[in-house]
Design a protein around this ligand. Structure first.
Ligand code: HEC
Ligand code: HEC
Length: 188
């Protein structure tokens, strides 16, 4: 958390004169048509504010170089970066966007779901999310808590190549999220 905060502080400062302005590129290169930072996205792409919890800089670098190589049916276009510096600036910008996760939320799965922005991809009872990702209000019917816990610990182990990565959850946070997912299903 401390590292994330100091990154934010640095990128908000004056910065190097010649570094490409990633915030400007986010609009100029059309990311904004599909994504958003700091608010839900209107387009088909997930909100990216908290993406740095799920992805690391190397993954973002590879994704932003050639999205189809990593998810062959994605509608995200291959971005024509003018220089390697433009791409690096965008990766840094995305990694620095994240907000800290309040420690007090560890026992509250509903809050954690919002904190980590699971809703950037997943709807819950048709609210939020993007249609290419599953609505989680059905999951407990198909999977028990034990499965959900294993899924959150390492989705790639269960479904190699799936477009969801491991979040840095403590066991308590993981259990809270599982309890939340089970509870929204039962409410239906
Ligand atoms: C035409 C829409 C579109 C445009 C334009 C677009 N993206 Fe995407 N992007 C997507 C979609 C959709 C996904 C999710 C993968 C999928 O469903 O295929 C995605 C995924 C991502 C992800 C991974 C998100 C995650 O949570 O793992 C990042 C990062 C990203 N895009 C960044 C960008 C940036 C930066 C730009 C501009 C340079 C951009 N995208 C332009 C549609 C778009
Ligand atoms: C970048 C988009 C994305 C984000 C963000 C994301 N997921 Fe997922 N999630 C997926 C995809 C893709 C799948 C797999 C769909 C499939 O079965 O192919 C999935 C599946 C799941 C499943 C169901 C597993 C199953 O087999 O039915 C659960 C539960 C889940 N996600 C929980 C979460 C939680 C909790 C968070 C936040 C901590 C989260 N996801 C964040 C993309 C995402």
């Amino acid at each position: 958390m401390v590292a994330a905060l100091s990154l934010c502080a640095r990128s908000a400062g004056a910065g190097a004169d010649s570094a490409p302005d990633a915030k400007k590129m986010f609009t100029e290169k059309g990311c904004i048509a599909c994504h958003n930072i700091g608010a839900p996205s209107v387009g088909p792409g997930p909100e990216l504010t908290q993406v740095g919890y799920q992805r690391d800089a190397a993954w973002l670098h590879a994704w932003l170089t050639n999205p189809q190589k990593m998810k062959k049916d994605t509608i995200m276009p291959k971005i024509p970066w003018k220089t390697p510096q433009e791409l690096d600036a965008m990766v840094n910008y995305l990694m620095a966007a994240k907000r800290p996760i309040p420690a007090a939320d560890s026992g509250n799965g509903e809050k954690l779901f919002q904190d980590y922005q699971c809703g950037a991809c997943h709807a819950v009872n048709k609210k939020g999310g993007k249609p290419q990702f599953p609505d989680l209000a059905r999951e407990a019917k198909e999977h028990d808590a034990e499965f959900l816990d294993k899924w959150l610990a390492d989705p790639q182990k269960i479904k190699p190549g799936v477009f969801m990565a491991t979040f840095p959850l403590t066991p308590t946070q993981r259990h809270s999220l599982v309890a939340y997912i089970v509870s929204v299903n039962k409410k239906k």
